[in-house]
Design a protein around this ligand. Structure first.
Ligand code: GRF
Length: 195
């Protein structure tokens, strides 16, 4: 059984969906840690309620990204984390974590990558007037929203859709897709360790 750390900065609906999925054994891993750069966010509250260990920090208390990432790394080692799952974590992952977890960090993004990278992907899609947008789960590398794609799902944008409506449909898709992606990644990891 593998150990997962989820990183989140906000509401944490994906984190919540993953906790529920783990309980139902949708994938063969436990969520052992929540890491957050926003000590008072809803995701942290959800983790506490679920009795999942939390490491929350304020980046302003550190001189550099590498300083807080080194601290995170220590905790990841103690908790024997195999896979890092970003779920609305609003910081770019630095060299310290990328080098320690090669092909072991994944992210969910609310667009059909490579379209609409970065912030406000749903707003970007609406502005561009596309007929379809969606959700992508991908590996994290040193470039923003650019790592190898694991799985995608699309949704149609209707004429009467506004941002809120699309956002809530995207969230439903995310909650379904992320657990599937984790299952795929864990299976790949198992195959690699047999090779
Ligand atoms: C999701 O839409 C995810 O795609 C993006 O951030 C949002 C997080 O939502 N990276 P939540 O905090 O999981 O509700």
């Amino acid at each position: 059984m593998r150990n997962i750390a989820v990183f989140a900065s906000g509401f944490g609906s994906n984190f919540h969906a993953l906790v529920e999925a783990a309980k139902k054994k949708a994938f063969d891993a436990s969520i052992v840690l929540l890491v957050s750069d926003k000590p008072h966010c809803q995701a942290v509250n959800r983790a506490k309620k679920e009795k999942i260990e939390v490491f929350a920090f304020d980046p302003l208390n550190y001189d550099a990204k590498s300083d807080y990432e080194k601290e995170i790394l220590e905790i990841l080692k103690i908790k024997r984390v195999d896979l890092i799952v970003l779920a609305g974590y609003m910081r770019i992952i630095g060299k310290t974590l990328l080098e320690a977890f090669p092909k072991r960090i994944i992210n969910i993004h609310p667009s059909l990558l490579p379209k609409f990278k970065g912030k406000d992907a749903i707003g970007q899609a609406l502005k561009a007037g596309v007929e379809f947008t969606g959700v992508t789960v991908h590996y994290v590398n040193e470039r923003l929203d650019s790592g190898k794609i694991i799985i995608q799902a699309s949704i149609k944008i209707d004429d009467l859709d506004n941002k809120e409506k699309i956002e809530s449909r995207i969230h439903l898709v995310e909650h379904r897709l992320y657990k599937q992606a984790i299952k795929i990644v864990l299976e790949d990891m198992n195959e690699e360790s047999v090779d």
